[in-house]
Design a protein around this ligand. Sequence first.
Ligand code: SAM
Length: 276
Amino acid sequence: MIETTMRLNKALSWATEQLSESCDRPRYEAELLLAYHIDRDRVYFFTHDDPIDRVDEFKELVYRRASHEPYEYIVGHVSFYDIELTITDGVLIPRPETEILIDETSIIIERHNITKLIEIGVGSGAISIVLARKFPHLEIVATDINPTALELAKENIDNFGLSDRITLLQSNLMDRVKLNAQMVVSNPPYIAKDFQLDANVAEYEPHNALFGGDIGDEILIEIVKETKSRDIDWLVCEMGYNQRESMKRIFDDIGVDGYSFYKDLAKLDRGFVVKF
Ligand SMILES: C[S@@+](CC[C@H](N)C(=O)[O-])C[C@H]1O[C@@H](n2cnc3c(N)ncnc32)[C@H](O)[C@@H]1O
């Protein structure tokens, strides 16, 4: 039976139970959704037990999360690095491991005074926005094949007042890019076609942001070859934990000046830096 009134503590315990099968941390996720619904910080629950407004709307949020819809799509925003971005379904939710890609890229930008950069696969705009904020002299051209991603990236870029420094292009990889860049950065799709993803990813996130081909490294390899053929000095990419050997083979085959791999917080291989 649908209740039309509910106090905070009751709402929390009800939501926790609803989320117990779909979420690893049901109480925590219930708190996040309730905090979002009442537009308060989570600490408010410890000292208050008010009746909540719009109980049906709160229940709808919980049912969506119980069906594995990612929290970020439900609330429409995501924290990434030092910023908060708008996120909508149809666009990949930026991941914490991609913050390491930013740090690896930042080291090269600082050391080699990079001023022109291309991002392939801009998604929500997360990487380009953080880099543009960190490096005020950086000019960026960012591409994507997905018009929904480009629309959202534009909204996020405008919100940070960066539209004069980040140019968006609908393009396969760098096909339409004319910028004479010194560096390319990308978190491309790199998952193998038949890899079993969790329901919240597989059922909700855009597949053309996730799957890189039958093996998974196909787009990564194209990016490496194209960056070399354009005489661009540096490339930094995120990759899958099991792609070190195949990427190493490509670097050795085509010949590069040097390369290194970096790991994520779980100590898994997560990306590479190449100097051509
Ligand atoms: C893993 S997501 C990364 C999004 C964002 N940069 C981030 O890190 O959150 C990969 C992005 O690459 C885009 N993409 C896929 N194939 C592409 C291609 N051939 N050329 C350009 N972009 C592509 C997808 O639409 C998606 O937005």
